[in-house]
Design a protein around this ligand. Structure first.
Ligand SMILES: Nc1nc2c(ncn2[C@@H]2O[C@H](COP(=O)(O)OP(=O)(O)O)[C@@H](O)[C@H]2O)c(=O)[nH]1
Ligand SMILES: [Mg+2]
Length: 230
């Protein structure tokens, strides 16, 4: 829908690089290690699952349209049992499930988050992607791509591996997600474009009918399109 702001919630275990990735995506200025220092200071505070920050970005889709996107960064998911409050699942149009390829625990956490999304999204259509971050850390990798891909296939979630060191690897998944969220909706069996084409065909056919002079062409067209509201 043009003019609508898409809301994207970024979630995942603490330390997987969510804040670093968002800042790198939007400003391109993250230095590996810096956010971590700030976060460890924050971690001494009694902070639970929270929205850490909200960012607004313009993301160009593959239809060439610049879409306004609001990215909600979450924090505080560091304990084994820590989970997001259920109302966090009711407002976003899209979810980015972040894990760290060097942390098996962070990958395992995605399954619980995905199940919570399914449970609490309140019958809305949402789009979900997963990003395995820190993929440049080959020596310390604990989650191989195929294992993650098998889970992603089962959950029908599109998966990427990325690294904050390569900005494009973050742009690609966010762009894809924005594309999905803002794609013109299909209504019932027919897409909007198909409905427009049908409307046009019918209008052309009506023009060829005999006795057309008894009606104003405008009125005929209107009747035709009213009947065809899909
Ligand atoms: N090597 C490497 N470090 C990263 C990457 N992404 C984030 N980090 C570092 O991981 C630490 C935690 O990142 P942070 O964004 O605070 O994680 P968050 O808790 O998920 O928001 C920071 O020191 C980041 O610099 C990455 O792709 N590669
Ligand atoms: Mg953070």
């Amino acid at each position: 829908m043009p003019g609508k702001i898409s809301k994207i919630l970024v979630c995942g275990h603490a330390g997987v690089g969510k804040t670093a990735a968002i800042e790198q995506l939007i400003y391109g200025n993250h230095t590996i290690g810096m956010v971590g220092i700030l976060n460890s200071l924050y971690n001494y505070m009694p902070m639970h699952s929270t929205i850490e920050d909200i960012y607004t970005a313009m993301i160009e889709t593959d239809r060439g349209v610049k879409e306004k996107v609001r990215i909600y960064d979450t924090g505080g998911l560091d304990g084994i049992k820590a989970e997001l409050p259920r109302h966090y699942f009711a407002f976003p149009d899209g979810f980015v499930l972040f894990y760290d390829v060097t942390s098996w625990d962070s990958f395992q956490k995605l399954d619980k988050i995905k199940k919570d999304i399914d449970k609490f999204k309140e019958k809305r259509e949402v789009h979900i992607i997963a990003i395995g971050n820190k993929s440049e850390q080959q020596e310390t990798r604990q989650v191989d791509f195929n294992t993650a891909q098998a889970w992603a296939n089962k959950e029908k979630v599109r998966l990427w591996e990325a690294s904050v060191k390569t900005r494009q690897s973050l742009i690609d998944p966010f762009q894809w997600l924005t594309n999905q969220i803002t794609k013109p909706q299909t209504k019932g069996k027919y897409s909007y474009v198909a409905a427009q084409q049908m409307r046009l065909t019918l209008q052309l056919n009506l023009k060829d009918l005999p006795g057309k002079s008894t009606f104003l062409p405008g009125r005929k067209a209107k009747t035709a399109s009213t009947n065809l509201e899909l």
